[in-house]
Design a binder for this molecule. Structure first.
Ligand SMILES: [Zn+2]
Length: 166
């Protein structure tokens, strides 16, 4: 079977489509793979396989830009809180230096004794007494806390005993 114009066109098309010589031979029928290769050479199409002499301008399809994957940030493993913040403790009672003496203690001043009555440094709290009581809020809290929870027993007792002299 010879090369008719039509078959040559088919050959060109298939060749340019990238088919191998044997595939083209099969498609055309009646020709061998070698015959296809020979014809391709004669047509000057063989450059397809020869990178040094490309018959077609090498066309590089522009690479699709790599999709920027906004992968969600890997969730940081939540570290177990080893050092859990301790529950806030109530501020410990701090005995402030007294502001009043026996001479200056007024009616509405806290009569909480501070210090040793035997010394000159003995004072009374002297801050404003709360709720018409003899003590300021802080000292009232200390004085009237339940007996089993009372820790400053001596101070409270001292206060009680002192009340008789005030
Ligand atoms: Zn007080």
């Amino acid at each position: 079977m010879g090369w008719t114009d039509e078959r040559v066109e088919i050959l060109k098309k298939l060749w340019l489509d990238g088919l191998s010589a044997s595939q083209i031979a099969k498609q055309l029928g009646g020709v061998t793979r070698n015959a296809v290769i020979g014809k391709v050479h004669r047509l000057g199409l063989s450059g397809r396989a020869a990178p040094s002499h490309p018959s077609r301008p090498a066309f590089k399809a522009p690479r699709a830009p790599r999709p920027i994957t906004h992968a969600p940030p890997r969730p940081r493993s939540v570290e177990p809180r080893i050092h859990a913040a301790p529950a806030p403790r109530p501020a410990p009672f701090v005995e402030l230096p007294g502001t009043a003496t026996v001479l200056t203690l007024g009616a509405h001043m806290c009569k909480w004794p501070i210090g040793d009555p035997a010394t000159d440094e003995f004072t009374f709290c002297g801050r404003r007494a709360a709720n018409e009581g003899p003590y300021c809020i802080d000292h009232a809290r200390v004085a009237y806390q339940p007996p089993q929870a009372r820790k400053k027993t001596t101070a409270a007792e001292l206060a009680r005993s002192l009340r008789r002299y005030i």
